[in-house]
Design a protein around this ligand. Structure first.
Ligand SMILES: CC(C)(COP(=O)(O)OP(=O)(O)OC[C@H]1O[C@@H](n2cnc3c(N)ncnc32)[C@H](O)[C@@H]1OP(=O)(O)O)[C@@H](O)C(=O)NCCC(=O)NCCS
Length: 167
C-alpha cells in the first residue's frame, strides 16, 4: 500500500478527530488535539494518507523541564492510526517522519509515554535512566530520545491541554 506522510492541513481536522475517536477508548485525545491546535502548541502535526484518505495522525507539542534547562524538547502525543490500517507500518512511518522533523527544526530531544517494546525501535530509551521524571507516575513507559542534548535532569511537563480532559 502506498502511504504519503505530509503536514496536516485545516481540511484534515475532521478526519483527524475521527481517527483519534476510533483509535482511543474515549474522545479525550481528540479534544486534546483540538485544544493544542487552538492554543498554537501544535509544533509538528503530520498525517498519513492512503487510499486517498487521512488514516493516521501524529502530534508533537512543547515540553518544559522543572527546574528549567536550556534544551528544547517536544512531546510525542498522540499518535493514532485508523484501526482497519493497524500493523502495516503506518504508525512507524508517522513516528519516523515526526522525529526527523523534530531534528530538522533543531529540537534537542523528544519524549513519549507509551509501550517500551514499540518505542525503543525508534531510538527512545527509559527517561529515568537520565534523571528525567514525569507527571504520570510511570517509569519504564516514559521515554526520551536525544537529537542534540538532554536536560541534565528534572521533571518533564507536557503542555496543560493534556490535563484538561479525563481519559
Ligand atoms: C499505536 C499505533 C499508532 C500503532 O500504529 P500501527 O500503524 O499499527 O503501527 P505499526 O504497524 O508501525 O506497528 C504495530 C505493530 O505492527 C507490526 N508491523 C509493522 N508493519 C507490519 C507489517 N507490514 N505486517 C505485519 N506487522 C507489521 C509492528 O512490528 C508492530 O508490532 P508489535 O507491536 O508487535 O511490535 C496504533 O496501534 C494506534 O492507533 N493505537 C491506538 C492509539 C494509541 O494507543 N496510540 C499510542 C499512544 S499515544
Amino acid at each position: 500500500m502506498k502511504i504519503l506522510i505530509r503536514p496536516e492541513l485545516p481540511a484534515d481536522y475532521a478526519a483527524v478527530a475521527a481517527i483519534h475517536i476510533s483509535a482511543f477508548p474515549t474522545d479525550a485525545e481528540s479534544k486534546v488535539v483540538n485544544a493544542i491546535r487552538e492554543n498554537g502548541n501544535a509544533v509538528i502535526s503530520l498525517v498519513a494518507i492512503a487510499d486517498d484518505k487521512v488514516i493516521g495522525h501524529i502530534l508533537f507539542s512543547p515540553v518544559t523541564t522543572h527546574p528549567p534547562t536550556p534544551e528544547k524538547g517536544l512531546g510525542l502525543a498522540p499518535v493514532a492510526v485508523l484501526p482497519a490500517y493497524h500493523k502495516q507500518g503506518i504508525g512507524s512511518q508517522l513516528i519516523r517522519a515526526g522525529l526527523e522533523q523534530c531534528r530538522k527544526l533543531g529540537y534537542d530531544y523528544a519524549v513519549v509515554l507509551g509501550g517500551p517494546k514499540y518505542y525503543m525501535r525508534f531510538g527512545f530509551e527509559k527517561a529515568s535512566a537520565f534523571g528525567l521524571q514525569n507527571e504520570y507516575g510511570v517509569d519504564d513507559e516514559f521515554m526520551v530520545t536525544k537529537f542534540n542534548a538532554l536536560p541534565a535532569g528534572g521533571l518533564i511537563k507536557y503542555t496543560p491541554e493534556f490535563f484538561l480532559f479525563s481519559v
